[in-house]
Design a protein around this ligand. Structure first.
Ligand code: ZN
Length: 79
């Protein structure tokens, strides 16, 4: 298994960081239902990996959909 890559900086990491689940969009709810129906497991389209440096920022925006959250996270990391 490959180490996860941070969605912000693309850095591969092993210990620090983790997966953040964002608010589900309609398409994400459909994805969940499809996967459940077919007994499939996969990386949810509403979740992303973040390294130890960026996970704190990502956590602040997880109440948003991934589309909006990634815009805010990108803005904040560019400061
Ligand atoms: Zn990062």
């Amino acid at each position: 298994l490959r180490p996860p890559e941070c969605a912000v900086c693309g850095k591969e990491f092993f210990d620090e960081g983790g997966l953040i689940y964002f608010k589900k969009r309609d398409s994400d709810i459909q994805w969940d239902e499809k996967m459940k129906k077919n007994n499939m497991i996969g990386h949810p389209p509403y979740a992303e990996w973040f390294c130890g440096e960026h996970i704190k920022i990502a956590q602040k925006y997880k109440f948003m959909t991934i589309t909006d959250a990634m815009q805010e996270i990108t803005k904040e990391t560019l400061k």
